[in-house]
Design a binder for this molecule. Sequence first.
Ligand code: AQP
Length: 332
Amino acid sequence: MAQQRIFSGVKPTGHLTLGNYLGAMRQWAQEDQYRADALFCVVDLHALTVDHDPARVRRLTRQAATLLMATGLDPETCTLFVQSHVDEHTRLAYLMECTATDGEMRRMIQYKEKAARERERGGSVRLSLLTYPALMAADILAYGTDEVPVGEDQTQHVELTRDLAVRFNQRYGHTFVVPRATNPKVAARVMDLQDPMSKMGKSHARTAGIVYLLDEPEVVRKKVMRAVTDAASDVVYDRAERPGVANLLDVLAACTGRDPRGLAEEYDSYGALKKDTAEAVVEMLRPVQERHGELAADPSYVDGVLRAGAERARTMARPRVDAAYRAVGLLG
Ligand code: AQP
């Protein structure tokens, strides 16, 4: 059987968070790159769907790539690159826009949430915020991807990608592999420590409930110790009724490889749970931060990895994107 192909990415819209790490990046580095032909990408074009500062996007793109390597992605084992370096993504995105419907795009939860946030701020909503799932579908389908390991919040976009692949294949002949989303067993949706009903999001304005991968240990401790819990004081795992405590248990479970329900039975106070969670997060991030420091001191090495990765990715994507162009009736 041919080796499975995996594709996934991160958006440089803010500093990467504990949610990004536990929901996606850790598994890419520790498992996914070794069990498949894997590509990981900093999806910089997606960062342009909202108001952005060009210099910041540039900085965050390099920082995200550096952090991906610091988590353990090995450029000899997987392909690591930046989306905008490979033109095949935007070439194919247009065909995906011609395959998707306006209604499908408007149903996307992220579009509804982010558009509402932009409007609340008095800003306008970019057309690309609506159409970005077509670009994401192209990111995935260009590589004949079998599996897309993501946090829970991205599952809907991967479902849309599946629908587009099936529709395209039915209309124009078999061109794309139909991919599937996979989520980690624990911490597939890490919640904001100050607002446990909302996802921990890297582009959120209020940062007190967001643990960033490069936060100093003292800052991590402070954020975890101040996490919002609830009025009751016993420790039980109930995501619907006790979301704050459940979130801490999920994080601790993900850091220690334990089961959140089993952990709940070992605590009788929030204080002890918070303290152990804070220490577990600090210890988990320590080697990532150290490696990041080393790699960040040598940006030309990181740039070289990204250039080589883009070259490899282009070679993988081009034949399938060319085939898709021919299939829809464009002169090859
Ligand atoms: N809180 C989370 N819990 C679990 N997984 C998460 N992921 C993101 N947040 C959590 C997963 O991390 C991968 C990369 O995410 P992304 O860069 O595509 O998007 P994002 O972090 O969701 O950030 P945005 O859209 O720039 O802004 P926010 O966060 O403010 O909405 C994905 O696999 C994602 O599922």
